[in-house]
Ligand binder design. Structure first.
Ligand code: UD1
Length: 418
């Protein structure tokens, strides 16, 4: 079994380059199903989730090739099936975007139910509500979702919660429906905006992405073109927190500082020195920092996908921090693993009470999911001695070249087989 071996206590110094955004890539790649012609997509991260969604498109019959290491060309014109009820689709949660994309292309879709990170109930009722509002009939047959329609029509959809997945899926389904579809209480995450920008670049007419109300004026046809994916907000945030936690002087480059505002503000509140530049952020820390309180919220709030990393960081803060999870019902299971480093964390419903201590100790833990895995790495970087982290496959789903990137700034980290 592959593990990460980390010796903690090393000061980090240098520059880390952020890759393209995972969550944008895995929405934009299936969106190509709506396009006639070749889409050239740049800044594609080399991660497992992208490999899976690319393989699903190939399975459907799309022509896909890497023309450079991070540049994909996809022509999905020849796809003539809406059946994506395959094992591959089961292996990643975001395969639910195939529902919106196939429905938008063929008026029908059959997709295996997603797996992905396991943090409590992950319903898709809002996606279904959206599809139904546009005239589809949706049934769930064990692990397969089937959406059918005779005639899709534009309508208004109000989301009870600004769900990222539902917003993206409704956008995908509605892009080619005549008339104006309106999504109210839409998610405003950077990758929602990135998908809208991609679709607009290919000829769609989508307005308001990044605000509460998105208007999609349906077009007959989307044509091929070139698009470059935004930098990964969560990858950037993970390295900013790692630098703050381990101590050192690290510049995280190729990011959009605006996307990092909620994190930068919290790190500054903890006493970390943050310097924003055009497309990079310098993080300086002497490894001593204060307690802070954090509540995760939809964008522009503090991202839930940085919650395990910030909890991990706060295990060594001076004082007791409260971290409230405001997006997912149950996203603190991983804290049992953090306790093995000696951390003192108490969970009360949706709140983690993190009592900061001066020292963590190296140990053996497992990455219980993608971002929890990032949290374990941050704890291991702070801990005295060696740590081993198993279930590396979760981390590989979302971080490109993580070991090399951390090594380059002075971390002692490597992959081992045990
Ligand atoms: C996306 C991200 C994920 C991140 C999350 C919140 C991708 C591939 N994944 O997930 O990493 O943690 O946004 O920023 O982009 N909900 C419902 N019904 C639905 C859909 C969601 O009740 O139909 C609830 C969920 O249970 C959760 C909340 O809405 O409590 C947020 O979910 P959502 O924004 O949809 O997350 P995802 O798109 O699945």
């Amino acid at each position: 079994m592959e593990k990460l071996l980390i010796e903690g206590g090393k000061r980090l110094s240098g520059t880390i380059h952020v890759s393209g955004a995972k969550n944008a890539a895995i929405a934009i790649i299936p969106a190509v199903l709506l396009v006639e012609g070749v889409c050239r997509i740049e800044n594609i991260p080399q991660i497992k989730d992208v490999e899976v969604i690319v393989n699903i498109l190939k399975f459907l019959g799309a022509e896909v090739s890497y023309v450079e290491q991070d540049v994909l060309e996809i022509d999905a014109s020849c796809v003539n099936t809406y059946y994506a009820d395959c094992e591959l689709a089961k292996s990643m949660r975001a395969s639910y975007y195939l529902l919106g994309a196939l429905l938008g292309r063929f008026g029908n879709a059959k997709v295996s139910m997603p797996g992905g990170c396991d943090f409590g109930s992950r319903p898709i009722d809002l996606h279904i509500k959206g599809f139904e509002a546009l005239g589809a009939t949706v049934t769930v047959d064990r692990d397969v979702v089937i959406a059918t329609s005779e005639h899709l029509f534009a309508d208004s959809v109000y989301l009870d919660f600004p769900s990222v997945g539902a917003t993206i899926n409704i956008m995908l389904a509605a892009t080619r429906i005549p008339g104006t579809t309106v999504i109210e209480n839409a998610a405003k995450e950077p990758h929602v905006v990135d998908l809208a920008n991609f679709l607009n670049q290919m000829g769609a007419k989508i307005k308001g992405a990044g605000t509460d109300v998105i208007r999609i004026m349906g077009v007959d046809k989307l044509s091929g073109g070139t698009y470059s994916i935004i930098p990964d907000q969560i990858e950037a945030g993970t390295y900013m927190i790692a630098a703050a936690a381990a101590g050192g002087d690290v510049t995280v480059e190729n990011l959009i500082p605006k996307h990092m505002e909620s994190l930068s503000a919290k790190l500054e509140e903890a006493g970390i020195t943050i310097t924003e530049m055009d497309d990079s952020i310098r993080v300086r820390s002497d490894g001593n920092f204060k307690k802070i309180n954090v509540k995760t919220m939809p964008y522009p709030g503090f991202p839930t996908d940085l919650q395990p990393q910030i909890v991990s960081f706060l295990t060594r803060a001076n004082g007791t921090s409260n971290v409230i999870e405001g997006v997912w019902e149950s996203r603190f299971q991983y804290t049992d693993e953090l306790l093995k480093f000696g951390a003192q964390i108490k969970i009360e419903d949706e709140k983690a009470i993190v009592h900061g201590i001066p020292k963590l100790y190296g140990t053996e833990v497992k990455a219980t999911d993608l971002r929890a895995g990032a949290g374990m790495i941050i704890a291991a970087l702070m801990a005295e001695g060696f740590s081993k982290i198993s279930n590396v496959c979760h981390i590989d789903r979302g971080y490109e070249n993580l070991v090399e990137k951390l090594k380059n700034v002075g971390a002692s980290i490597r992959r081992i087989e045990e």
